[in-house]
Ligand binder design. Structure first.
Ligand code: ATP
Ligand code: MG
Length: 423
């Protein structure tokens, strides 16, 4: 991709209203644009990052038998009425009126914009599942979620419209459900490890989804909105919402480690929902003994746009973003410093071609600008490797990692090998 053609240009100043790091840096770098509070365009650079995040999630979902599909976002009131979630929490602890965008069309018919899909999946199961032989089922999609968030600050971490991967699984027994739930927990741990995060798994309440205990995946980050407690020795962790102890106390689980209090960003949440939804919506299967039984159900979410923001919150410096290679918008930032009155010894076009042929994604800064300006913008955008071709580099190229100050002269072959090793 030629940087001269990239839309839009970077900007030197953050938006005045921006408070969080991800908001400032993602807007300045040209990754996202705000339409109104909590509503963002993923610009070409931002969409590249989210696509890479989604691909990592997709691979791990497929590895545990998840089947990808796509469900509608406009839902009739009737389906939300079946579980009572159309209503307010005043009437029902799981009522979701406060968070749902609900409206009428010109004929007076009532709809909601999707804030989650449990009811929609239940309806699918009711239509397509008959016997125990049709189960288990695990389906997922990536799609927009709409939530009427009272405080839509924190940049892209909290949108009123955001992207989520949500997986739903249905089973014949509680044991089968819990076995799969543990598999998903493992898959989520793999995903967040691949994404480069330092994270903890915490127990938490189920909000408008369930009265059961759920598990959250929390990325340790100073700017995080959640307060969590975890053990420095075992895997125990709880969200402040449900933890009754204090930092520094003995771990309530292993009784050996110490309880640590930290700020964190919730990037994923998994919910063992049980039979509450299938009983309300009459979703059952015929067992081997011929009897009708309710389906056991769970749902599992990861906010991919929140992951984009969290990646910036945990990896940046005063000059800009430092992408982890696995989610970076490009693998290499090729910077051409134009030679005055003479041609460069190495042709940037040829380098671009050879990098691309090696399967490396390159942003090529072909613009007529000073080295200082180009380097500052490269630091802001944060691509993990910077390669410079100039008169000084002669036949070689100058290699620099975004997270290091050291520069080295390498042959193109060496540079390609190093980029390949990073993945
Ligand atoms: P929070 O407590 O942060 O409001 P939640 O617990 O209500 O989030 P879940 O219903 O658990 O959210 O959603 C699953 C995942 O979707 C979350 O772990 C998070 O990654 C993402 N997510 C939830 N709400 C938002 C939002 N408003 N903007 C961006 N991502 C979100
Ligand atoms: Mg949650």
């Amino acid at each position: 991709m030629l940087q001269s053609k990239l839309f839009p240009k970077t900007r030197k100043e953050p938006p005045r209203e921006a408070e969080s790091i991800n908001h400032k840096l993602l807007v300045r770098g040209g990754f996202i644009d705000q339409l109104m509070a909590g509503s963002w365009t993923l610009l070409p650079l931002g969409w590249r990052v989210v696509s890479r995040i989604n691909q990592i999630i997709r691979e791990e979902m497929n590895a545990i038998g998840g089947q990808e599909m796509l469900m509608p976002l406009l839902h009739p009131r009737s389906i939300w009425g079946e579980t009572g979630r159309w209503g307010s929490t005043k009437d029902n602890p799981l009522g979701a009126k406060e968070i749902m965008y609900q409206f009428k069309d010109m004929r007076g018919r009532e709809y909601a914009l999707s804030f989650t899909h449990e009811e929609i999946v239940m309806d699918l199961l009711r239509k397509h599942i008959r016997s125990y032989q049709d189960l288990p089922v695990a389906v997922y999609h990536f799609s927009t979620k709409f939530r009427n968030e009272p405080r839509a600050r924190s940049g892209i971490l909290r949108g009123r419209e955001f992207m989520m991967k949500d997986l739903y699984s249905a089973h014949t027994t509680e044991a089968d459900l819990m076995e799969y739930y543990d598999q998903v927990k493992e898959a989520y741990s793999k995903i967040f490890t691949r994404l480069g995060f330092d994270f903890r798994i915490t127990e938490s309440g189920g909000g408008v989804f369930t009265d059961k205990t759920t598990h959250e995946f929390q990325v340790l980050a100073e700017g995080g909105e959640d307060t969590i407690f975890y053990c420095d020795a075992c895997g125990w962790g709880e969200n402040r919402e449900i933890f009754e102890g204090k930092a520094g106390e003995r771990c309530p689980s292993c009784k050996k480690g110490k309880t640590i209090r930290a700020q964190a960003i919730e990037v994923g949440n998994i919910f063992p929902l049980g039979t509450w939804y299938s009983e309300k919506m009459n979703v059952s299967y015929t067992d081997a003994d011929g009897r009708q039984k309710p389906v056991w159900f769970a749902s599992y979410g990861i906010g991919s746009t929140r992951v984009l923001g969290a990646s910036v919150e945990v990896s940046h410096d005063e000059s800009g973003i430092i992408w982890y290679p696995q989610v970076a918008p490009f693998d290499v930032h090729l910077i051409e410093l134009k030679a005055q009155n003479s041609k460069l010894k190495t042709d940037p076009k040829e380098i671009y071609k050879r990098l691309s042929e090696a399967g490396i994604e390159v942003l090529w800064d072909d613009r007529d600008k000073s080295a200082g300006e180009k380097f500052a913008e490269a630091d802001l955008i944060g691509i993990p490797v910077r390669l410079v071709v100039s008169k000084e580099t002669a036949e070689n190229i100058e290699w620099k990692r975004r997270n290091s100050k050291k520069t080295e002269l390498l042959s193109l072959r060496q540079a390609i090998d190093r980029v390949k090793k990073m993945h």
